[in-house]
Design a protein around this ligand. Sequence first.
Ligand SMILES: Cc1cc2nc3c(=O)[nH]c(=O)nc-3n(C[C@H](O)[C@H](O)[C@H](O)COP(=O)(O)O)c2cc1C
Length: 206
Amino acid sequence: MNEYLDQVLTTTRTVRRGLDFDRPVDVELIEQCLELACHAPNGANRQDWRFLVLDDPAVKAEVAGYYRLASREYLARSGAAEGPMGRSASALADRLHQAPVLLLACQLGRVAADAPPAKLSSFYGSVYPALWGFMLAARSRGLGTAMTTVHLAYEREVAQLLGIPFERVTQVALVVVGHLAVPPSRAPRNPVAEVVARNTWRWDCW
Ligand SMILES: Cc1cc2nc3c(=O)[nH]c(=O)nc-3n(C[C@H](O)[C@H](O)[C@H](O)COP(=O)(O)O)c2cc1C
């Protein structure tokens, strides 16, 4: 057993307020994390993932503008704005342009929303393991991350901004990266026994 690995797995949280927005992140650190991330499993080992590292202040400001807009719209719609997570999400949206690095993960291709389940699952599922690997590697280097998707409401606009061919490339998630300004804490989760069954489904449908 590797206790350090267990600790990294349980403390890789979504860091929104706890990022050091003033301390730059060395691009070499990002490269190391991406190198590790790209060992993740992915459909047929096609490695159709692509990662855009956004660290130019002007580029980040434009992307952050769309993020803020989408985040405000989402929080207003969901009624979550005043809850703790809504406030934390707003705080991140307000400072996103100051985040040292934004990592935009993309997948080559585009699947229709009504594509067969295996295709849809394999498409998005071929990027998320790499992103989680990136986040774990970042955490082990003293960096904090926040995986986000809310800007995808403006995917087309962000594609145009960054020169991404929208019809042929899908944006999957935007990961915010910065040095941790607070000690890492354990992610609160429901007891695992509540979500595990052996051999037969045991939960009422809702
Ligand atoms: C697919 C996905 C999309 C997410 N999108 C957003 C987002 O757009 N904005 C945000 O602030 N957090 C986003 N999150 C972060 C979740 O809110 C967070 O993982 C969850 O609340 C658990 O937080 P914790 O790991 O710190 O306990 C997203 C997480 C995932 C996995």
